[in-house]
Design a binder for this molecule. Structure first.
Ligand SMILES: NC(=O)c1ccc[n+]([C@@H]2O[C@H](COP(=O)([O-])OP(=O)(O)OC[C@H]3O[C@@H](n4cnc5c(N)ncnc54)[C@H](O)[C@@H]3O)[C@@H](O)[C@H]2O)c1
Ligand SMILES: O=P(O)(O)OC[C@@H](O)[C@@H](O)[C@H](O)[C@H](O)CO
Length: 386
């Protein structure tokens, strides 16, 4: 049951309800979901509870209650008021949306009682150090940042649970049984919030890089290779021998990087990969290649799951990362009319030169050791569509 502690969570979507909301509820927080989707907010305010159905091995269903919803588009003042009195603020809105929630969090901090305990702020997005990104947005928009910073503790996190898009209306969420929430310990100076299902770690970098460059790189590769083969359901993709070979090749390349860079043994990383492959294959998860491949421009950007590890491998002389380059090529074929970034990508491939595309989409410059290989990939795709 919800207690006295309050968590304001931006983004009541898949991971918001099916992971962050659930874990904070379990930890005794009363949840305030802030979202811009009218239908979702109305549904949250009309319901007493929703269910999280965990499917796979050891399936079970949990109930989340004790929440309210605020429409942050139409009632920003109420969100600011809630933040002023909250214990925790979390986000799961997507990395590109953090700049829009930053001023609201700043306004909440400004209204906060200076004597109150600091507000814990954690961005739960698939991106390296997303909380730092959020904090920088707050800093950029606030002349009084030093005051606001004194009223908050910003901690980076790595969140891992596959939560597909939900195929029906309503608040219930179907999720996988697996989850991991790693939070950096340092910013709390020994006074971490009580979240029993989270793991506080001294150094988040290995966790977040391993997660992004194994789970998300492998996931995106499965989606893009699967899309090219005409497969719709994510869990079906690895049944295709060509997709499987390519995904395993990609994960072998990121394994080489992660083992070289961090203190993971090759055996431990292989066990992590094997576990992840079984998570992707979970037939009970209604996940699609369209969701997992969504926003291909973000996923092709410089420090993201494809170009990020490929560039680092090239910098280390492990060159060329053949399977990651194949995944980039497959990503360029991701043509989903409902996905604005896919539409933008397909248009750009028809109207821009390969050199412009590589610089603008991947952020690689000609002096980078990966540049020529990526230019070839883009050049082949541009030739194919023109
Ligand atoms: N779904 C997963 O499996 C999963 C797992 C780990 C991390 N993540 C990360 O969590 C984030 C959210 O992913 P998701 O799958 O839940 O997406 P989603 O689209 O289901 O949810 C995002 C929610 O944010 C809301 N939103 C958009 N702009 C907003 C704004 N300005 N203010 C408040 N709310 C806003 C949307 O209305 C939506 O309800 C992403 O960064 C994603 O990478 C997702
Ligand atoms: O959320 P994205 O678009 O960054 O990536 C899509 C999926 O790979 C992702 O949501 C995973 O399901 C999740 O990261 C698993 O923890």
């Amino acid at each position: 049951m919800a207690g006295d502690k309050v968590a304001v969570h931006f983004g009541g979507g898949n991971i918001g309800r099916g992971f962050v909301g659930l874990i904070l509820h379990r930890a005794g927080y009363r949840l305030v979901f802030a979202d811009v989707a009218d239908v979702l907010i109305d549904a949250l305010n009309a319901a007493d509870s929703y269910q999280v159905r965990e499917v796979g091995q050891d399936s079970r269903t949990e109930t989340v209650d004790g929440f309210t919803g605020i429409n942050s588009r139409t009632d920003e003042a109420a969100v600011i008021e809630a933040i002023a009195g909250a214990d925790v603020v979390t986000t799961a809105v997507g990395p590109t949306v953090l700049k829009f929630v930053a001023p609201v969090i700043a306004a909440g901090l400004r209204k906060r009682d200076p004597a109150a305990a600091p507000l814990v702020v954690m961005a739960c997005e698939n991106a390296i150090n997303a909380t730092d990104v959020l904090k920088n947005h707050i800093r950029d928009g606030a002349d009084d940042f030093d005051v606001l910073n004194g009223r908050a503790v910003f901690a980076n996190t790595a969140v891992d649970r596959i939560v597909p898009g939900q195929p029906h209306d309503g608040l219930d969420v179907t999720v996988e049984t697996y989850f991991e929430w790693a939070i950096e310990r340092g910013p709390f100076n020994g006074d971490e919030p009580q979240i029993p299902d989270a793991t506080f770690v001294d150094d988040l970098a290995p966790y977040i890089e391993r997660k992004l460059f194994t789970v998300n790189t492998g996931h995106a590769a499965t989606a893009y290779f699967g899309f090219v083969r005409g497969i719709t359901k994510l869990s079906d993709a690895l049944d295709d021998p060509e997709v499987r070979t390519n995904v395993q090749g990609v994960l072998a390349e990121t394994k080489a990087l992660l083992v070289a860079k961090h203190e993971f043994t090759a055996q431990a990383q292989q066990a992590y990969i094997d576990k992840i492959i079984t998570r992707f294959e979970n037939p009970y998860l209604p996940d699609t290649v369209d969701r997992v491949g969504r926003q291909p421009l973000r996923k092709l950007s410089r420090h993201e799951r494809l170009i990020g590890p490929a560039a680092e491998l090239a910098e280390r002389g492990i060159h060329p990362p053949e399977f990651l380059l194949r995944a980039v090529e497959a990503a360029l074929r991701f043509d989903v009319p409902a996905d604005p970034e896919s539409v933008q990508l397909q248009k750009a491939l028809r109207t821009r030169t390969p050199d412009e595309l590589v610089r603008e989409i991947t952020g690689l410059q000609p002096d980078h050791p990966l540049y020529d290989d990526v230019l070839s990939v883009f050049g082949r795709r541009v030739a194919a569509v023109s």
